[in-house]
Write a protein that binds this ligand. Structure first.
Ligand SMILES: Cc1cc2nc3c(=O)[nH]c(=O)nc-3n(C[C@H](O)[C@H](O)[C@H](O)COP(=O)(O)OP(=O)(O)OC[C@H]3O[C@@H](n4cnc5c(N)ncnc54)[C@H](O)[C@@H]3O)c2cc1C
Length: 588
């Protein structure tokens, strides 16, 4: 193997010529990797089987379009979709929907996994109206009149645009979801998060949070039922008004048209990649010395481990605060610098095709190839050590990346326990993988991803009396004051891989039975997979009706918990316009 400048090693399997050729051949997996809702059908050409929404306000554009979520597990043709030009158009749509018995589903980039927006169903659902926020509800206004500065943004704006506007004005966020093509509305709905806790000696700058984006909210404008006028209307809640606690992270049970967020001064980040630290070292038991996750958290505070199946050295990214350019760093002036992970080389697509066709025993080779691509990619694109304004390394996943499915959980615990939690998780994961392999099954063919964030501490909000997000996975536990971090775990696999739902069920049951008491607790990552049975996600009735609500109730004040959030969301949407079968089960 060839050793790089940073001590990492390039794969012998994928030379530069092959790598470049492979990247160019990415289209080979096009059907699996990319999808564009290309067609639109107007009311005049409506499919015969699909009634035009009756008496729909003529001033608002309406067309039929397919809905498809990220993993493509939900693909519904010809869903009636409205395009509001203003927040008041959304109000008009909602009042029309009450009259005509329709559900109103805000639609952002559709880049999630869980069926929060709608369930898989036959084409053309008769009473669902999608509302596409991305075309007009995109205004962004930055105000420096207050300290900290604020940004007021309509919820259809993408994180790409929002973070670029903030950067131009000199502002940024501590952490954010890795893809920037998602909308602000979609990110706030599910407590969008990145990875960041304070490095040793680091203090929180004004306007920032180590928690989720939801914890930056100072006020929200939502479409809500007004019981005086007996109609839906625009309503603004500030961070100190009790109802906002249900809306800060609402899991899709609301329609938010704009949000005002606090923001901090922008800053420069360095992001270094490591691909030669053994998993046994990185994920070693609590108290181990050397290059553990805990050691990187102490020195830098920001890590992400991506561990491909059946490989021994994860891809570790470590971000650190670096006001001036380190000598060995490459300056980046835009995001999405890991082009090799956003394009699918033909070698990978061929191997995946063989696995999908039934040769599951190729999964270890698939894992090895994924790691080789990263190793070679980091070397040939000169991206193993990047430096620039915060967003340019915080955003790194493009929609052209492999479309896989994922489960997702946050484990709340104290910072001192992080290494132990990770070690326990990977030990269980490996044992499960081995037990499946012994049966000739390879249910997980994508990586394990591990990140660590702070919690949604109201003290991070520069407003006295700020309310705590009742449905956020990062809501602190008042009865566990030592808990100050969440370890996020995801395991990715190609949708429909044999055994995957059973595997996901086993790991979910293990997580919930292991991380208990005063040691740690588990909550779902709303946008990903949870509530598994051996045949499907989001379908375990005990998880939906008992376990998950309990996780957002235990330790919380009476009247300020999961049930309180459900009641508030119902009060402001008594017609349940903003719901779906999953939300009806979770928040009945
Ligand atoms: C490849 C990939 C990587 C990801 N990485 C991360 C990550 O690093 N961190 C992270 O936190 N998440 C991550 N996610 C998850 C992503 O943040 C969520 O799925 C997010 O909800 C997607 O936003 P969207 O615009 O696509 O929303 P959609 O998928 O269109 O909608 C998602 C939910 O938000 C609701 N919603 C959308 N707009 C509004 C609105 N205006 N008002 C009220 N509700 C609204 C919808 O009703 C629905 O319930 C990732 C997703 C993908 C596909």
């Amino acid at each position: 193997m060839k050793t790089q400048e940073d001590g990492t090693q390039a794969s012998p399997e994928l030379g530069r010529r092959q790598f470049v050729k492979g990247a160019a051949g990415a289209a080979a997996l096009g059907a699996l990797a990319q999808w564009t809702p290309a067609f639109r059908i107007g009311p005049a050409d409506a499919q015969a089987s699909c009634a035009v929404p009756p008496n729909f306000p003529s001033s608002i554009e309406l067309y039929q379009q397919a809905y498809q979520n990220w993993s493509e597990a939900i693909t519904v043709d010809s869903v009636w979709t409205a395009v509001p030009q203003t927040p008041n158009d959304v109000v008009t749509i909602c009042n029309w929907a009450v009259q005509h018995g329709y559900l109103v589903r805000p639609r952002g980039a559709m880049h999630g996994w869980s069926p929060l927006t709608m369930a898989q169903q036959a084409a053309c659902p008769s009473n669902i109206l999608l509302v596409d926020t991305t075309q007009y509800l995109t205004a962004v206004t930055i105000s420096t009149a207050t300290s900290p500065a604020t940004v007021t943004a309509q919820t259809g704006v993408t994180m790409d645009v929002l973070l670029q506007d903030l950067e131009t004005a000199g502002f940024g966020v501590m952490a954010c979801p890795a893809p920037g093509d998602i909308t602000l509305g979609g990110a706030l709905a599910i407590d969008g998060h990145g990875t960041a806790i304070p490095a040793t000696g680091e203090t929180l700058p004004a306007g920032m949070t180590y928690g989720s984006l939801s914890n930056l909210i100072l006020s929200l404008t939502v479409v809500a039922w007004n019981s005086t006028t007996n109609a839906y209307a625009l309503t603004t809640f500030t961070r100190t008004q009790p109802p906002i606690k249900a809306f800060l992270t609402h899991v899709g049970r609301a329609f938010v048209v704009s949000a005002t967020l606090q923001v901090g001064a922008n800053y420069r980040l360095r992001c270094q990649s490591y691909v030669t630290i053994p998993a046994t070292t990185l994920f070693a038991p609590q108290g181990s010395s050397g290059q553990t996750i805990a050691s990187f958290l102490s020195s830098a505070g920001r890590v992400e481990a991506i561990w491909f199946p059946f490989t021994t050295t994860p891809w570790l990214k470590v971000w650190s605060l670096a006001p001036t350019q380190p000598l060995t760093s490459t300056v980046v002036t835009s995001p999405y610098n890991y082009t090799f992970s956003d394009e699918i080389p033909v070698e990978l697509s061929n191997l995946l095709s063989e696995i999908i066709a039934g040769d599951a025993a190729l999964t270890p080779s698939f894992g090895a190839l994924q790691l080789s691509i990263v190793q070679a990619g980091l070397l040939f694109t000169w991206t193993y050590d990047l430096w620039g304004w915060s967003k340019n390394t915080l955003l790194y996943v493009k929609p052209t990346t492999l479309r896989v499915t994922a489960n997702g959980y946050a484990v709340l615990t104290s910072r001192a326990n992080v290494q132990g939690v990770i070690n326990a998780f990977v030990t269980e994961y490996q044992a499960l993988v081995a037990s499946y392999e012994a049966q000739g099954l390879y249910p997980m063919n994508g990586p394990v991803e591990i990140r660590v964030t702070g919690l949604d501490q109201t003290s991070d909000v520069e407003v006295t009396g700020a309310g705590s997000p009742q449905l956020s996975a990062l809501r602190p536990r008042p009865d566990q004051t030592a808990w100050n971090v969440a370890v996020w775990f995801d395991i990715l696999t190609v949708p429909g891989t044999p055994g995957s739902d059973a595997f996901y069920t086993a790991i979910e049951q293990w997580l919930y039975s292991t991380f208990t008491g005063s040691y740690a607790a588990v909550r779902p990552e709303w946008s990903k997979g949870w509530a598994f049975t051996t045949t499907a996600g989001w379908s375990n009735t005990t998880m939906l009706g008992t376990t998950i609500p309990y996780g957002l109730t235990v330790g919380q004040p009476a009247g300020d918990n999961f049930a309180a959030a459900a009641a508030t969301l119902d009060e402001y949407d008594p017609y349940r316009l903003f719901s779906s079968p999953l939300l009806d089960a979770l928040l009945p």
